[in-house]
Design a protein. Structure first.
Length: 259
């Protein structure tokens, strides 16, 4: 399968979806917000942005499957490609008026991540890359962080109540005691993209959902950096732990997280 038409379409679509989400972001007072669980919020901005993406993909590639955070997964047949979408990753920052949120679109074929795009419209940053597609930020090649140990810069972290505090605090404590420093701003996809772009040394989280990370993982892999096999087992539908980083740092973080 020639993936170039899908990749090109995804680049345009993620920006169209980002523009829609940004319109909601600029008028937060009009949104109706609902809770999906502990520290898990959504609004019509999330749903309507996903519905736009889903409709555009169904029209352009009717033979592909779709898996979105808000509308769920359709049946995926063997050999059928699937689009994995988070319409607004970082909903809490989004609803708080912070710019640390993004739209993420990834494409998986036969269980293999092919490419991804991550767009942070409030920051004007578009990340993209995949198998056969270079890792870029706003169309320019990314450069990896020069650090080789956790002492050489910032490591981004993520957490959700889907795991216990102890599961998070074990590796987090090791990071701090090893001389590392952390960063967190509420969007896994965006922080992982910053690993690809050389802003962070690495990223770790004890559990993350596929829609929150696959778009960025594709960019990380295209940049030649390291990430664990996120799609192993039921990773697509149930999520997995994630560790990513530059060589040296990845190995340190993987040991801390038992990977």
């Amino acid at each position: 399968m020639d993936l170039t038409p899908r990749f090109t379409f995804a680049l345009s679509l993620v920006q169209e979806a980002g523009a829609l989400a940004l319109g909601y972001f600029n008028d937060l007072g009009s949104l109706t917000v609902q809770s999906k669980g502990l520290q898990d919020m959504a609004s019509e901005a999330d749903l309507n942005t996903e519905l736009l993406i889903k409709a555009r993909l169904a029209e352009a590639f009717p033979g592909d499957a779709f898996f979105g955070e808000e509308t769920g997964s359709m049946a995926i047949a063997k050999g059928q490609g699937v689009w994995v979408v988070d319409p607004i990753d970082g909903t809490q920052p989004f609803l708080s008026g912070l710019s640390s949120w993004c739209v993420s679109i990834a494409f998986v074929l036969d269980g293999v991540l092919q490419f991804g795009t991550v767009f942070a419209p409030a920051r004007g940053e578009l990340f993209a890359g995949g198998r056969g597609f270079p890792a870029t930020l706003n169309g320019k090649p990314v450069k990896r962080h020069p650090g080789r140990t956790i002492r050489g810069g910032l490591v981004a972290t993520g957490y959700s109540p889907r795991v216990s505090g102890a599961q998070f605090l074990g590796p987090f404590t090791q990071l701090l005691e090893g001389g590392g420093m952390f960063f967190r701003d509420g969007s896994g996809a965006l922080n992982l993209s910053y690993v690809a772009a050389g802003r962070f040394l690495g990223y770790m989280e004890p559990h993350i959902n596929s829609w929150d990370c696959l778009g960025a993982i594709a960019v990380i892999e295209a940049a030649g950096l390291k990430v664990n096999d996120f799609l192993a087992g039921e990773g697509l539908h149930r999520g997995n732990p994630i560790v990513a980083g530059v060589p040296g740092v990845y190995e340190e973080l993987a040991r801390m997280n038992g990977l």
